[in-house]
Write a protein that binds this ligand. Structure first.
Ligand code: MN
Length: 282
């Protein structure tokens, strides 16, 4: 079975030692293999402390982030692109420091609503930066995948096909990171993107249509997991859920976390792990 994981924001909104401990121990107690740690501010993450906690609890880690307006590598402004690369380089360093296996998320764009379609210059900056990031990750032994997100969170690639085209332009071997929440908004169905990306499909987020309890929204998980089994996908599958119950000052506005969809992260995560394992088994 695929390694199953959970996003740290199910547990905590920051990465101080007590918060990191709570996230790591809770992840282990629920029975997940992976903790996905957000690196929106990689300079604030103590890699040594994180690695010790992970090792003590026998967990693997993956990392994700989205860029901001000031660090958007798809900006037309080379100074903003340079800032974005600084942030991404720090994220790779932090991820490497605590032994993370994967870096994923919206690494190629601002995570937020754009007012216009992407321009040729922006696309060129984005493609060049992803080829550069691929080299950074390869040197650190980290698998890189780019997350396909909906139209309100990027103007670069909203479907798996668009992401494959972007990756082709980079000329390097980068993975596609799919997310059921975004697929449910943009794709024709949930099986097609899994089949179309083939061996490029290397990371999967599981989220409900409202990002709360799995099975209580509109996402057709039977169709999605059917395709995941059919193509023989063996990579990480991590549960992503957000509520105003756990607040992160960077992610709250980025993801529009205004609504309280749950209060008990442990109950939510326990339910999610069982839900995912059941559907994977078929
Ligand atoms: Mn996601």
């Amino acid at each position: 079975m695929n390694p199953l994981g959970v996003h740290a924001l199910v547990w905590v909104g920051d990465w101080s030692e007590p918060s990191a401990r709570k996230a790591v121990e809770s992840t282990r107690e629920v029975g997940f293999d992976i903790l996905e740690i957000p690196l929106l501010d990689p300079w604030s993450v103590d890699a040594g402390m994180t690695r010790r906690l992970l090792d003590d609890n026998g967990l693997q880690a993956t990392c994700s982030l989205g860029l901001g307006r000031d660090t958007d590598v798809s900006s037309e402004d080379p100074a903003v692109v340079a800032k974005g690369r600084e942030l991404l380089a720090a994220a790779v360093e932090a991820a490497h420091g605590f032994g993370a296996t994967h870096l994923c998320g919206v690494l190629y764009s601002m995570m937020g609503k754009y007012g216009a379609p992407i321009t040729p210059t922006s696309r060129q900056h984005c493609v060049e930066s992803m080829a550069w990031l691929h080299e950074q990750c390869a040197q650190a032994g980290i698998a890189l995948s780019l997350e396909v997100v909906n139209r309100y969170e990027t103007n670069v690639a909203n479907t798996a096909q668009e992401m494959l085209a972007l990756i082709d332009e980079t000329g390097v071997d980068i993975g596609v990171h799919l997310d059921s929440y975004h697929m449910n908004i943009e794709e024709n169905g949930l099986a097609e993107p899994v089949r179309e990306t083939g061996e490029r499909f290397r990371y999967l987020h599981i989220g409900e249509s409202h990002r709360g309890y799995l099975g209580t929204g509109n996402v057709d998980f039977d169709q999605l997991f059917g395709a995941v089994r059919e193509v023989g996908y063996t990579g990480p599958i991590t549960f992503e859920s957000f509520s105003s119950a756990v607040v992160n000052e960077d992610l709250t506005p980025m993801l529009a976390l205004w609504r309280n969809l749950w209060t008990d992260g442990k109950d939510l995560a326990t339910h999610a792990r069982a839900f995912m394992a059941e559907r994977l088994a078929g």
